[in-house]
Write a protein that binds this ligand. Structure first.
Ligand code: HMG
Ligand code: MG
Length: 298
């Protein structure tokens, strides 16, 4: 039951850039999003409507939304942890938002300053208002394969949070290996546990590549019938609340693997490599994609 086609959600402009301490001009962020659209990415996470004290880099998200060229058939989404975030997102004309929970209590406190149960309570009015505005809501769960503060996270705990997010109306639940410690066997077991509560077609994999396991975990997820993956062009980023975390798996690397497997994505690898090279130049950063490095060196 290997999927014939896959949707890649490029979270580089959000999950990637949120971790950069240097100021990045709005025009550079806009260029990145526009480059990703032009490369054929169908879902781009553009920014966050969160407290600027917590994540200063995402403070200009409304300006970014105002300036990007929105292609039809492409979803441009943003994180909204509470009603204040949702209201700002709606004002900015955002048509898809995401709420973000954790599977570990310790991470929930550090990331959004409340317990898991409190976060679910906070999300309820966000989902209600979003649905009223005909805005889609995605749900994230962090620390699904390990937590930087509490270590192991039981699959049942992930499954229970996933069930709640799905029941409250999230059209898709993205399972985040925030610290990248997962391996293919536990990834498969996790998906089996979660799929008892949420249909596989509504699950996404969000793998950070800190331990070099992300592509293997994506392959394991494909075997489990998962067909949506979050990735970040040039492997941008990390997580401000998970020390030592590297970026998401690089979109170029995932695409190269999927191309080799004959799985359709609609994305142009060369244009994507150029998009990654351009933002790396802005950031003065080495390319986090092995595939991009190989192509650029050839
Ligand atoms: P809090 O301090 O408990 O919130 O933070 P509060 O309601 O008490 O408000 C405190 C201040 O924040 C007030 O301002 C509010 O107005 C303001 P003050 O009166 O002090 O000037 N505020 C806001 N400002 C702008 N937008 C908002 C907003 N809400 C309150 N939406 C809160 C709670 C959730 C706001 C805070 O903890 C926060 O912003 N956290 C952000 C965390 C974040 O963005 N983390 C990174 C993204 S998650 C991630 O990377 C994981 C993921 O990739 C999956 C994975 O890899 O695991 C998704
Ligand atoms: Mg992440």
């Amino acid at each position: 039951n290997m999927p014939q086609s896959v949707r890649l959600v490029d979270v580089g402009p959000r999950d990637g850039l949120q971790n950069e301490s240097q100021a990045i001009a709005v025009t550079d962020k806009v260029r990145l999003v526009d480059d990703l659209s032009a490369a054929g990415i169908r879902h781009i996470e553009v920014g966050s409507f969160v407290s600027p004290k917590w994540v200063p880099q995402m403070a200009g998200s409304a300006e970014v939304f105002a300036a990007i060229k929105q292609h039809s058939g492409v979803s441009y989404s943003a994180l909204t942890p509470n009603m204040k975030g949702l209201e700002a997102a709606l004002e900015a004309g955002v048509r898809e938002v995401a709420v973000f929970a954790a599977a570990s209590e310790a991470f929930s406190q550090r990331n959004i300053n409340c317990s898991i149960a409190e976060s679910i309570e906070r999300f309820a009015p966000v989902l209600e208002a979003a649905q009223k505005a005909d805005v889609k809501v995605r749900g994230y769960i962090s620390c699904v394969l390990g937590c930087p503060y509490q270590g192991e996270v039981p699959a049942d705990q992930v499954a229970s949070v996933a069930r709640e997010l799905h029941a409250m109306g999230c059209y898709e639940v993205s399972l985040g290996d925030t610290i990248g410690t997962g391996t293919p066997g536990v990834t498969r077991a996790l998906i089996e546990a979660v799929a008892k509560h949420v249909p596989r077609e509504q699950l996404a994999g969000h793998f950070h590549d800190t331990y070099g396991q992300a592509l293997a975990n994506i392959y394991a997820s494909l075997l489990e019938g998962v067909s949506v993956f979050d990735s970040s062009v040039a492997g941008l980023g990390g997580c401000p609340y998970a020390k030592g975390a590297t970026g998401n798996v690089a979109t170029e690397d995932v695409l190269y693997m999927l191309n080799g497997m004959g799985i359709e994505t609609g994305i142009d690898l060369d244009l994507l490599v150029n998009a990654g090279a351009r933002i790396n130049l802005v950031l003065g950063r080495e390319n986090g994609s092995r595939v991009a490095r190989a192509i650029l060196a050839a």
